[in-house]
Design a binder for this molecule. Structure first.
Ligand code: FAD
Length: 501
């Protein structure tokens, strides 16, 4: 028996990140105990519920690389339903669609249904003998994270067993887990493991709700509806052969209806439908979009602001989703350290909740797993050394992506419609084509290059931004000078010809 086999890793949260972490540790030979407060979302009763909130996610290079780092074949299986998205499709008020490609060389991000992905990961865990998943059990406390009253890491990192106390969410019975050697908290934005770590040491922590909510809507597959829009012809190569029949919009784009203060987005599902998300200020949800608003007012708001989307959705489906689906809040969490010695660590949203506008929350959480495993392997699973190094090296990357995600909201709901933004984007693309890897657009570094840490992407962007501003100013200045010179030239010619007459 290897030393790993004699160790048990306890993971709290069987969401996307917890499941990947469980697969990663199990592949290294550890016994894994995974606890989830919710019921198994593969139960027939639960499937109906999970379909009600069917957020689909954009998975990109970092997420895919992390999945592959755990097991290539498993990654192929869980990613089989991806719908590639080659760019944004921006819809204006008149129904005109403009394609803005993401990559210079045909790179794409991919749409996948969140619950489908979560179910596939759970199916993969079922295949492993060394993983036990316990649903309907909520962590309420971790004992012995801190040995003495002083709050430093050294004291916290002692050899006592950290007992996990759970409560059955259906039975209300208590469960105490004593056989776990190390705890991984992948229990989301409101992490209980994080709260327990906060009690054991001095954690820097910030949490910020943004003043915007989101609401999910749905555009049905073509065979479910009479209406369909024409596909935009500016990116014809992006439409996968044979898919046109079932999709009401071009499936290979992330559709955005940017309206400055708010926006609607739509991502394709492999069944032909689109999951749409409206992001809007709380004040709008309090008035025009209040749950008490009349059907006529709701339809009128959407028909005025998103006519082309509502045409495909239909009033009835719009109202059904509007009334049934909850308004989701958007929260940013930053904290550090992520670990208590070698006893417990948090990953995924538990350590870094971000707003969804860069499509990186899950990707980053998956990357946490890849990064953590690489560090632990380097230290031959000396958890204390590995966890400490993870906290030290990962902190700046997580801070960078939380901030970047916040900034991208402005870009998606407003900037994409501005000429200045489009000019900057085209100069950015031009410089990248000329300079290759020396100059990569920020979006490329974040979404298509898993080998570039988030913090380095931000650093690179800072000097690139200065140059971009200079180049654009210089070109505008040169154009003005050229125009003026041309005008003066014409004036001179005219005057000379008058004199010579
Ligand atoms: P979660 O998915 O929150 O899972 C945590 C799990 O822990 C849950 O199953 C929960 O039930 C369980 N749990 C919680 N507390 C306890 C407890 N005490 N005991 C036991 N179990 C517990 N990311 C992307 O990469 N791309 C996107 O396009 C994207 N789009 C998004 C769109 C929206 C509208 C939103 C809100 C988010 C989006 N994200 C996206 C972010 C992504 O959803 C999250 O980053 C990701 O789900 C985090 O996974 P997680 O496993 O860390 O946390």
């Amino acid at each position: 028996m290897s030393s790993n086999e004699s160790h048990t890793v306890g993971i709290v949260g069987a969401g996307l990140v917890g499941c990947l972490a469980a697969l990663a540790f199990a592949n290294e030979g550890f016994k894994v105990e995974l606890f989830e407060s919710r019921p198994d979302l593969r139960d027939p009763d639960q499937q109906v519920l999970s379909q009600l909130r069917s957020i689909n996610l954009a998975v990109s290079a970092r997420g895919i690389t992390a999945l592959r780092s755990v097991d290539e074949e498993m990654a192929d299986r869980v990613l089989k339903d991806l719908v590639p998205m080659h760019g944004r499709m921006v819809h204006d008020l008149n129904g005109k669609q403009i394609c803005q490609k993401y990559g210079l060389y045909g790179e794409c991000i991919n749409s996948i249904n969140r619950s489908l992905l979560n179910r596939s990961l759970l199916d993969e865990l079922d295949k492993l003998d060394n993983v036990k998943v316990t649903f309907n059990h909520k962590l309420i406390r971790l004992d012995n994270l801190k040995r003495s009253s002083s709050d430093n890491l050294e004291n916290a990192a002692n050899s006592e067993v950290v007992r996990g106390h759970f409560v059955g969410t259906k039975t209300n019975e208590s469960l105490t887990v004593e056989n776990v050697n190390v705890w991984i908290g992948a229990d989301g934005s409101y992490s209980q493991v994080r709260s327990q770590i906060q009690r054991a040491l001095q954690m820097n922590f910030s949490q910020e709700y943004i003043d915007h909510y989101y609401l999910e809507l749905r555009i049905p597959a073509k065979n479910e509806t009479a209406k369909s829009s024409h596909f935009d012809s500016t990116c014809p190569e992006a439409v996968e052969v044979g898919t046109e029949a079932k999709f009401a919009l071009n499936p290979n784009h992330l559709h955005i209806w940017p309206r400055h203060e708010y926006m609607l987005i739509a991502l394709a599902n492999s069944d032909g439908s689109f999951t749409c998300t409206l992001f809007a200020p709380k004040s709008l949800f309090d008035k025009e979009l209040a749950i008490s608003a009349s059907d006529a007012d709701v339809v009128s708001f959407f028909r005025t602001n998103f006519p082309s989307a509502i045409e495909l959705m239909g009033d009835d489906l719009l109202l059904e989703s509007f009334r049934k689906n909850p308004r989701g809040s958007l929260v940013c969490v930053k904290c550090s350290p992520y670990n208590v010695g070698g006893k417990a660590i948090i990953i995924g949203d538990a350590a870094h909740s971000m707003v969804p506008f860069y499509g990186q929350g899950m990707n980053c959480g998956f990357e946490d797993v890849r990064t953590l495993m690489a560090i632990l392997k380097k230290h031959e699973f000396d958890f204390e050394t590995g966890f400490n190094e993870y906290t030290e090296t990962r902190r700046k990357d997580l801070g960078a992506i939380v901030d970047l995600s916040m900034r991208n909201y402005q870009e998606m709901r407003h900037d994409v419609t501005s000429t200045a933004y489009l000019l900057r984007k085209s100069v950015d693309g031009f410089l990248s084509r000329v300079m290759g890897d020396f100059w990569l657009p920020l979006y490329t570094m974040v979404s298509f290059r898993a080998d570039i840490p988030y913090s380095r992407a931000v650093q690179e962007r800072q000097w690139q931004n200065d140059i971009l501003t200079w180049v654009i100013r210089a070109s505008v200045g040169t154009s003005l000078l050229a125009g003026t010179a041309l005008w003066h030239g014409r004036l001179f010619n005219t005057l000379s010809s008058l004199y010579s007459r």
